[in-house]
Design a protein around this ligand. Structure first.
Ligand code: UGA
Length: 436
């Protein structure tokens, strides 16, 4: 089928490449000329494992192309996926101006039946607004459908999440739209959840908020573990084997970050507030999440007594491994808090350092941090090594070497990543989150 994607961010680009992989002709559109030029120049604007290979494979096969014109998206494809960003406004509400602008632009070019599918994460009832906007700006009496098809991919495993989704959620108002979307997703061999548009929109926000809730819950349990000598890893395993609870998202640590969870939890609180409902449980999810980073820095401080002028080696800056994304990264928050308390910070991340250096705001926040070429450089002369993002390469570190160069062999593990027994055997003082 001929499909178009508007917005070539993480979701749009990955979705476009995966639709091409299942045999469709795809045009990806973005009004950011530089981004489209980068893609046409065979370079990826984001880091995502496997993306470059997949994109280039389908560009070379003539199945995937890039354009800056929404006209192309509307003319060439019966199904148009809107994947533009919905960033957080200073008020906490999502900024829907990109969705609105794209809806108007689609309306301007509409000549024959099209389905306009929202894939961006949007507040419940946005589909209705998209429909109203298109109806208002469309030139002639052209039939169209609006649908919702939320995305559940995770950064770092976006390709396999998209190619093999656990479910495909489709919110529709007509049989025609349902049939077309089912046809597109048939090769994905997944379970379909077909609902009205409002419910599909809410499935996305509720899913992200629930996953964030699980993380804050297990972090609260970790804090009880720490105070009692219980082990949160064991507790999480024992809980997770109950399929009603599930194993996922019970990894305790310094909390969640990234572009999605913080924004979507806040958005759902706002949506509920505007509907005169206080979603108080989610406010507590946020509080626990913020507190978790502070507790971690408190733990480092407790270990070193005074942080002022102590050197901390920070392992990780991205919000999670396998991505260079630093948005709302708990690792960066830990770095900032250490600086605030007067510590000297040396940081290493396998992918994120150029992003930190390019971002004026974050560079300012991390002013004074020395960026290192590897973990060994970050550890040299440090009073404490703090693991804040669990990149796989940190597992293979030569800890004998690290110990020999550190000022004091102390490791604070914010992601329960290292083996406590092994590090203690090597003579490290080792602390993690919620483990005795
Ligand atoms: C999240 C959702 O998992 C996706 O399903 C969704 O499509 C996406 O948001 C989105 O809305 O676009 P993502 O933000 O890429 O995906 O990252 P996750 O893997 O979910 O991790 C989010 C944060 O939670 C990370 O900071 C991670 O370190 C933290 N986390 C995750 C924990 O602290 N503990 C866990 O057990 C799991």
């Amino acid at each position: 089928m001929q499909l178009s994607i508007i917005g070539t961010g993480h979701v749009g680009l990955v979705t476009g490449a995966c639709f091409a992989e299942y045999g469709n002709q795809v045009v990806c559109v973005d009004n950011d000329v530089r981004k489209i030029e980068t893609l046409r120049g065979r370079k990826m604007p984001i880091y995502e494992p496997g993306l470059e290979e997949l994109v280039l494979k389908h560009v070379d096969a003539g199945k995937l192309r890039f354009s800056t014109e929404i006209r192309d998206a509307v003319r060439d494809a019966e199904v148009i996926f809107i994947c533009v960003g919905t960033p957080q406004l200073p008020s906490g509400a999502p900024d829907l101006s990109y969705i609105e602008a794209v809806s108007r632009e689609i309306a301007r070019h509409l000549e024959e039946y099209r389905i306009i599918v929202e894939k961006s994460t949007v507040p419940v009832q946005t589909g209705q607004r998209v429909k109203m906007t298109i109806s208002k700006y469309v030139k002639k009496d052209v039939p169209f459908d609006v649908a919702s098809n939320p995305e559940f991919l995770r950064e770092g495993s976006a390709i396999s999440d998209t190619l093999h989704p656990e479910r495909v959620v489709i919110g529709v108002e007509s049989k025609r739209a349902e049939d077309l979307l089912r046809r597109i997703y048939e090769p994905f061999n997944s379970t379909f959840v077909v609902t009205d548009i409002h419910s599909a929109e809410l499935i996305k926000h509720a899913s992200n908020a629930f996953l964030a809730l699980k993380i804050s819950f297990i972090n609260s349990v970790a804090n009880v573990c720490e105070a009692t000598g219980a082990d949160v890893e064991e507790v999480a395993r024992g809980m997770g084997l109950d399929t009603r609870i599930g194993k996922g998202f019970l990894r305790a640590g310094i909390g969640y970050g990234g572009y999605c969870f913080p924004k979507d939890v806040e958005a759902l609180i706002r949506i509920a507030h505007d509907l005169r409902y206080d979603f108080g449980i989610l406010r507590e999810v946020q509080n626990v999440n913020v507190d978790q980073r502070i507790r971690f820095v408190n733990r480092i401080e407790k270990e070193l007594w005074v942080l002022k002028d102590k050197t901390i080696g920070l392992l990780g800056l991205s919000f999670k491994p396998n991505t260079d994304d630093i948005r709302e990264s708990p690792a960066i928050e830990v770095g900032r808090e250490l600086l605030r308390r007067g510590a000297k910070v040396k940081a290493y991340d396998p992918q994120a350092i150029p992003h930190v250096q390019r971002d004026a705001k974050i560079s300012e926040q991390l002013k004074g941090v020395v960026f290192c070429k590897d973990a060994y450089e970050a550890a040299a002369d440090a009073d404490c090594l703090a693991l804040v993002t669990e990149w796989d390469e940190f597992r293979k570190l030569d800890f004998e070497r690290i110990k020999s160069t550190m000022s004091h062999p102390t490791i604070l593990d914010g992601r329960n990543f290292f083996d406590p027994a092994a590090l203690k055997r090597l003579g490290f003082t080792y602390h993690s989150v919620g483990r005795a």
